[in-house]
Design a protein around this ligand. Structure first.
Ligand code: 5RP
Length: 244
């Protein structure tokens, strides 16, 4: 019956979400346990997995200096009662822990599913190490196997049409990211727009990242090339897979 179908759908969606949340928590907790101690200067990434990193820091009572990568991340730090700083006061960080939308076999990442890639990249670049925390669905050999929404690219609003045209001429399929209610474009924490550039396959990630970055109007891309040194992927069976 229709009622049965509805019940099945609701419960299976709920179960999937529970599995994913468990995997995110496993990754976040292990990354903190393995990499953080009091006294460190820590970049705090953005997204749903990073919540568990902040939870674990709080649970362990670690006295770390936290530099956020977004408005969301600032709220997480403040709400947890952790020490909040910024790159003006703390320009050099020991480590950043952040999420990712897809991580390839070389630890290159696609980031920006939450439109935070500009500040995330700035904070990661100010850090000695970037450690990624993610559930098992982000674990990939080559980009596009897992993440289907394309490369998030932050652009200056007045440039979005010429930037999209240039991306199309590079065999990418650019889509302007719209707000959930479709009332207008998503606006980043830096008052820019986000273009998601879909692709068939990427032969040279570093080359593509440079080409996109060179387009006038592009502020930053969600391709993080050679930045991460370790990734933790929470698994369905309760273990955590590491990649270095
Ligand atoms: C935000 C990001 C996030 O780190 C990325 O989208 C992963 O998010 P989640 O932990 O929710 O899967 O890059 O711009």
């Amino acid at each position: 019956t229709a009622t049965n179908v509805k019940c099945y759908t609701v419960s299976s969606v709920k179960m999937d979400k529970e599995i994913l949340e468990k995997a995110k928590k496993l990754a976040g907790y292990k990354a903190v346990d393995d990499n953080l101690k009091s006294g460190l200067r820590v970049g705090i990434g953005s997204g749903s997995t990073i919540k568990y990193v902040v939870d674990r820091i709080k649970e362990l009572g670690l006295d770390v200096i936290c530099v956020p990568t977004s408005f969301q991340s600032t709220q997480l730090i403040v709400n947890a009662g952790l020490t909040l700083s910024d790159l003006s006061r703390t320009p050099e960080l020991d480590i950043t822990i952040d999420g990712a939308d897809e991580v390839d076999s070389q630890l290159n990442c696609i980031k920006g599913g939450g439109a935070c890639q500009l500040q995330e990249k700035i904070v990661a670049a100010a850090s000695k190490r970037l450690v990624i925390v993610a559930d098992f669905t982000k674990d990939s050999q080559a980009f596009g196997q897992q993440w289907k929404r394309g490369i998030p690219i932050e652009v200056v609003p007045m440039a979005y049409v010429p930037v999209m045209n240039k991306l199309s001429s590079m065999s990418l399929k650019p889509v302007l990211r719209m707000a959930v209610n479709k009332a207008g474009p998503v606006v980043s924490d830096n008052a820019n727009f986000i273009i998601d550039a879909q692709f068939e396959s990427i032969s040279n990630v570093a080359e593509l990242a440079t080409k996109i970055k060179m387009i006038p109007g592009v502020v930053e891309t969600g391709l993080f090339v050679n930045m991460a040194s370790r990734a933790y992927f929470g698994q369905q069976d309760g273990t955590v897979k590491e990649r270095t």
